[in-house]
Design a protein around this ligand. Structure first.
Ligand SMILES: [Zn+2]
Length: 287
């Protein structure tokens, strides 16, 4: 898991009365990637997605995520902590999403059908996430406390989108189910239909799901490439994680630090991949 993807349960998304409050307004849908970026070859090397994920039907999980997302947003709205449509920070996030979305479909053809959605929730948490099917939330804490530039915010959004595109939640659910039952028993007892029910019932777990370190690396690199293709500076990925590292240094929550992969490794991995995507940035900025 990572600092960004340390998803909180719905109860912890509530905020103190002193925190941001907005009039309840509907978040809006962003059009799916109708201007698909074609079949550009991936520059970062993350291999193919785990076949294990096929044990959980994507459609079922996406439906489940849609319901869970609607609930989180309704909850935020009822607490007056959902950013209204005209909020400058939300507009900024929507602009970033519009630029990134066309470059998502090469990582997952299903994304053509996704109804991407981006909402901003008033909370001091340093958090952002994207549920299966393209349902994104940012918390004001991560934008405000880290003073994110557009390039850095784009790196976070790319990272979160990458988790959804690479179907890490689907993979985690399939693996936890199969591991829990033992592979041989599971293969005998579990049909796709049953796992489909599992996926439907696991919607609430989307908010507490922990990703593996490999998932995080993959999301870093895929997110980097998506953001750079959209014209955001590659170096912002490194700058972002340096800010994260600095923020963690001033955080006294020991378990927070002990459960997260080393920021230094993460930064090294990103730095090693910058040369692979540099030309994409030059292409994007020349368009
Ligand atoms: Zn992550």
């Amino acid at each position: 898991m990572c600092w960004l993807c340390d998803l909180k349960t719905p109860s912890t998304t509530s905020t103190a009365p002193s925190e941001h409050r907005w009039n309840a307004r509907r978040g809006f849908l962003l059009a799916a990637g109708t201007t698909a970026a074609g079949t550009a070859l991936a520059q970062v090397d993350v291999g193919s997605a785990s076949s294990m994920r096929n044990l959980v039907p994507a459609e079922t999980l996406e439906n489940s995520a849609r319901q869970q997302y609607a609930q989180v947003i309704a909850d935020a709205r009822s607490k007056n902590v959902l950013a209204p449509e005209g909020h400058p920070q939300l507009q900024r996030l929507h602009e970033i999403a519009k630029r990134l979305i066309p470059f998502t479909t090469q990582w997952n053809p299903r994304a053509k059908e996704w109804k991407w959605q981006v909402n901003l929730i008033g909370s001091k948490q340093l958090n952002a996430w994207c549920m299966p099917g393209g349902k994104i939330a940012f918390y004001t804490g991560i934008l405000d406390q880290l003073q994110l530039t557009d390039d850095e915010a784009a790196m976070i959004m790319g990272h979160e989108m990458a988790h959804a595109l690479r179907e890490h939640a689907r993979e985690r659910m399939a693996k936890s189910k199969v591991t829990g039952m033992g592979l041989s028993i599971a293969s005998q007892l579990l049909g796709l239909g049953q796992l489909g029910d599992v996926a439907a019932n696991m919607g609430t777990q989307l908010l507490t799901l922990k990703y593996s370190r490999d998932d995080e690396t993959e999301a870093d690199l895929v997110g980097l490439e998506i953001a750079v293709r959209a014209g955001y500076k590659p170096e912002a990925s490194v700058a972002l994680w340096k800010k994260m590292q600095a923020a963690s240094g001033s955080n006294n929550n020991a378990s927070f630090l002990s459960t997260h992969p080393s920021g230094a490794n993460r930064i090294q991995e990103l730095e090693a991949n910058l040369p692979k995507v540099k030309h994409l940035y030059e292409q994007a900025t020349q368009r």
